[in-house]
Design a protein around this ligand. Structure first.
Ligand SMILES: *Cc1c(COP(=O)(O)O)cnc(C)c1O
Length: 375
């Protein structure tokens, strides 16, 4: 009866792989399942190196350490994102320059990026919102010209592409999330994709508390020791075992999630054609990966009324993100620029229920309730 916003999907094999991991004799990190998952991800998506982490937040923190940004440096980040994208760089002491979303979708406005670049700019951390690619041709060209690092917050973006290249494989680094609200999950979990091989050795060290333990495990050094800064970013084998079970079923999960996305789109298109709601805009260089399905309303008041209406019909839909430049932590540090599109997406986006086990008739019911609201 009640349709939740999210329901984590278990393939049924997780318990089996978790027990195998526990019995293998090494339950801590960087064991058999961790390495299997990393190899699967590298092969499927063309990452030079994949390192599993305990979250996307951790992967972003690793990327921030790898860029060596610090006090006096500036990093450009979309305001319309989850807090972790920015926090990773704030923790390094960098100054965040918040960028607006574009007029057509919530991704960072690539056309307005160059005016934010100063001699102190060191990196751009972008988000492919809802797994729909940012304008990477433009952003990578700009980054090359100004010698900037590009970090893709690919938390939404597993199995999605920009002109045939996997999201997360295009910038210097890609950060993925396997939190239970994402397409595949290990409860908490994540991955750092390293696409420039000059960073691989240091990434392995940062991952293992600043030691060369990974090289030691491969037999490359006779002892492991403290060689750099780092932290404990690697997940336990039990977590990796859950992810492995999920990765084995990724194709099936993705096929269904894409079906759900397209069904929502088809069912809601008549309302969009009548100008009552907005639907996701998909540029010709981007693909759909079935992570988020969102609609946009005419304004904040209508959004709240529609959310309440859906709740009365037992449908749990949600809004997000409170733009980071206007958040309690940052509003006094922001330079005062208005970011009208970020504000507009915050006020008008509704995310509809989305999970693997959502059934066709439920999608139709939800779309029907939205249509009823606008009658
Ligand atoms: C979910 C999410 C994160 C954080 O992922 P965790 O794995 O929970 O740390 C970061 N950025 C974006 C855009 C996200 O949606």
């Amino acid at each position: 009866m009640h349709i939740p916003f999210n329901r984590p999907y278990l393939t049924g094999n997780e318990i089996d792989t978790m027990i195998k991991a526990a019995r293998a004799g090494q339950i801590s990190g960087n064991g058999l399942y961790t390495r299997k998952c990393q190899r699967m991800l590298e092969k499927a998506y063309g990452f030079r190196r994949a390192l599993l982490t305990t979250s996307c937040t951790d992967a972003l923190e690793m990327a921030a350490i790898l860029t060596r940004v610090g006090p006096g440096d500036e990093v450009i980040i979309p305001s319309f994102t989850f807090v972790s994208t920015a926090n990773a760089f704030v923790l390094r002491g960098a100054k965040i320059i918040f960028a607006d979303s574009g007029p057509l979708n919530p991704n960072i406005d690539a056309e307005k990026l160059e005016e934010l670049i100063t001699p102190r700019t060191r990196a751009i951390a972008l988000v492919h919102y809802a797994g729909i690619a940012c304008d990477m041709d433009r952003i990578m060209e700009l980054a090359r010209r100004h010698n900037l690092f590009v970090i893709e917050d690919a938390a939404h973006s597993i199995d999605s592409f920009h002109r045939g290249k996997a999201l997360g494989s295009i910038g210097h680094f890609g950060a993925f999330s396997y939190h239970e609200t994402k397409n595949i999950m290990s409860g908490e979990g994540g991955c750092l994709a390293i696409n420039d091989k000059s960073f691989i050795e240091r990434a392995e060290i940062i991952w293992e508390k600043g030691t060369n333990r990974v090289a030691f495990q491969r037999g490359e050094v006779s002892q492991y020791e403290w060689v750099d800064i780092g932290s404990s970013f690697l997940p336990s084998e039990v977590i990796s075992a859950i992810l492995y079970a999920q990765l084995r079923e990724l194709k099936k999960i993705q096929k269904r999630r894409r079906e759900i996305w397209h069904r929502y789109y088809q069912r809601l298109k008549p309302l969009a054609d009548q100008g009552k709601i907005g639907l996701p805009w998909l540029p010709d260089y981007a693909t759909v990966n079935g992570h988020i399905f969102y609609i946009t309303t005419a304004g904040l008041e209508e959004r709240d009324r529609l959310l309440k209406y859906l709740a009365r019909k037992h449908i749990h839909a949600v809004f997000h993100y409170i733009p980071l430049h206007s958040s309690p932590y940052y509003k006094d540090k922001h330079d005062g620029r208005d970011l009208p599109h970020a504000r507009r997406y915050f006020e008008t986006i509704i995310r509809l229920p989305f999970y693997y086990e959502l059934e066709d008739h439920q999608v139709d019911y939800i779309a029907g309730v939205v249509a009823e609201f606008y009658k």
